[in-house]
Design a protein around this ligand. Structure first.
Ligand SMILES: Cc1cc2nc3c(=O)[nH]c(=O)nc-3n(C[C@H](O)[C@H](O)[C@H](O)COP(=O)(O)OP(=O)(O)OC[C@H]3O[C@@H](n4cnc5c(N)ncnc54)[C@H](O)[C@@H]3O)c2cc1C
Length: 500
């Protein structure tokens, strides 16, 4: 069979996170010889799977948004997404439990959600509809430039729509914080807290980040929230299998030690003491460690610029196999704190675990019964944590202390006393996130969006300083979260192909 000319062009990808897989699939399909080096024994990075005592857990992400981004990846390489993965729309996006005992279901049917809000809070239906229209406007103005395109290419701004966006700054609401904007639409503290929560979808603080991030509410309520049959790992597994089908070679348990350079030209990588030459290198590792460890270049201007940016928040996750069937809980549940502002001050200013944390509980066995033995459930219980890996220091609460707080709060707000019902347990701390995925300070979404200009400071997908080096994943453009890292892989692959 005649080989495509590009087969002579070799690409090394460091990391098999979803961003790395997205780039690998597209480049292999285009005919490049792609090899992925992954330090873990399995693919997925933050989106892996663990099994313990008959329970299976997704390690990190649990909610899929913007499913068209996933579908586009399959379609762009001539595949039917339905042959690989089943994505299902959630009817209830999340069940919210408030400290005063109020329970609110965020139904994906907007009329039903509005009726739920009117029945349980002092807010009127119309306030919700007006708010979601406003979120839609921001999305329509910004998504093309900030999410789908290469922010750093002049071409992105050459069309009329992009130029118009730049002149419609008040409409994209970047001068108010998310909290200020949400307060202008709602009076009920419960609804303000509910919509402020969307800042955490990219690891930011609603009292600091620009209201432009209200596009996240549009993405969830108007485009929809989804789950993958079999759990989130089905997505990782589907992308891995697709990459293999396209000819991508994988080396697992292969921590890359160095990116080999000759001056400012990238020549390949060092893996297990062996020099492997490549025409191009794509780093799916955190940008911070790419400069600091892989390039040994923390003193360059690019590294210094990046190091000044604030990482996103991290997470503390308990994986509990419980001997309970919880009819009062849904797949996604939030148990809110009583003082949201204080929670974010603790997270971002004091860099401590919140004393009264908002708790997120995700139970995949509700839709994927194989994830837990009959009559039992797999509870993924997560709180936001500071971007700090000093969690073992005296100043931080111990995991045991936090566990006590969580068990008490779960009992108070949901009525489930599970203290003696936990059959199996493991924990993931910010330090574990850094150790397992290389994310600086355990950040889960790259850099935070707590400043108005954060989007412009993210690492561009093609290095300006090293010829032949590219970046993809949550710490590069357009940022963290599943759809964004898959788009990151797309932008990186396109940039690489266009530079040939
Ligand atoms: C607890 C948690 C909950 C989350 N919830 C959601 C959610 O509900 N929805 C959502 O959309 N997103 C969520 N996210 C974010 C989402 O998981 C990430 O944005 C996304 O998976 C990151 O993909 P990535 O391409 O940046 O790669 P990563 O997942 O960061 O993977 C990078 C890979 O590179 C490898 N690597 C690093 N250095 C080296 C080296 N030197 N050599 C070889 N390999 C190396 C790592 O081992 C890793 O496999 C969550 C994340 C976490 C942790």
């Amino acid at each position: 069979m005649k080989q495509s000319p590009n087969k002579t062009k070799s690409i090394s990808i460091i990391g098999s996170g979803l961003g790395g897989l997205s780039a690998a699939i597209r480049l292999a399909h285009a005919g490049y010889a792609v090899t992925v080096y992954e330090k873990n024994p399995t693919p997925g990075g933050k989106a892996r799977s663990i099994s313990q005592n008959g329970f299976r857990f997704d390690t990190g992400p649990s909610l899929i948004t913007m499913p068209f981004v996933i579908n586009e990846l399959f379609e762009s390489v001539g595949e039917n997404p339905a042959d690989w993965l089943t994505l299902n729309k959630l009817t209830n996006l999340c069940r919210y439990f408030y400290p005063d005992g109020t329970i609110l279901n965020a139904y994906s049917d907007k009329e039903k959600f509005a009726a739920e809000i009117e029945a349980n809070t002092t807010e009127k239906k119309e306030a919700l509809f007006k708010y979601l229209e406003y979120c839609k406007t921001i999305y329509e103005l910004t998504a093309d430039i900030f999410l789908f395109k290469d922010l750093y290419s002049a071409k992105t701004y050459s069309n009329l729509k992009a130029l118009k966006t730049l002149f419609k700054l008040p409409k994209i609401d970047s001068f108010r914080t998310m909290n200020e904007a949400n307060r202008s639409f709602f009076k009920d503290e419960k609804i303000i807290q509910l919509f402020n929560r969307y800042a955490t979808y990219n690891g930011s603080d609603p009292y600091k980040c620009p209201a432009t991030l209200n596009i996240i509410s549009h993405v969830e309520y108007t485009i929809g929230g989804y789950y993958a049959s079999g759990g989130m790992y089905s997505l990782t597994d589907a992308l891995y299998r697709l990459a293999v089908k396209k000819g991508v070679k994988f080396n697992f348990s292969s921590p890359v030690e160095k990116i080999i350079t000759n001056g400012k030209n990238v020549k390949g990588i060092l893996d297990g003491g062996k020099e492997i030459f490549a025409n191009k290198v794509i780093s799916n590792a955190d940008v911070y460690s790419t400069y600091g460890k892989l390039l040994n270049d923390s003193r360059s201007s690019a590294a210094k610029k990046y190091n000044k940016l604030e990482p996103s928040s991290s997470a503390l996750v308990f994986y509990w196999g419980v001997n309970v069937t919880s009819d009062k809980l849904d797949t996604h549940n939030i148990l809110f704190s009583s003082d949201y502002k204080k929670e974010f001050e603790e997270l971002f200013d004091k860099k401590t675990y919140p004393t009264d944390p908002t708790i997120y509980i995700y139970i995949s066995s509700k839709f994927s019964p194989g994830d837990a033995p009959t009559g039992k459930e797999n509870w993924f219980v997560m709180i936001n944590a500071p971007n700090s890996t000093s969690s073992n220091s005296k100043d931080q609460m111990s995991n045991e202390k936090i566990k006590d707080i969580l068990l008490t709060k779960i009992n108070t707000l949901t009525g489930y006393d599970i203290k003696d019902k936990i059959e199996s347990e493991s924990v993931m701390t910010p330090q574990d996130i850094e150790d397992q995925t290389g994310s600086y300070k355990g950040s889960i979404y790259g850099i935070s969006s707590n400043s108005r200009n954060a989007a412009f400071f993210r690492q561009s997908n093609k290095s300006k300083h090293y010829h032949g080096l590219y970046f993809t994943g949550g710490s590069a453009h357009p940022g963290g979260g599943i759809p964004l890292v898959i788009l990151s892989g797309k932008i990186t692959a396109e940039k690489l192909m266009n530079s040939e």
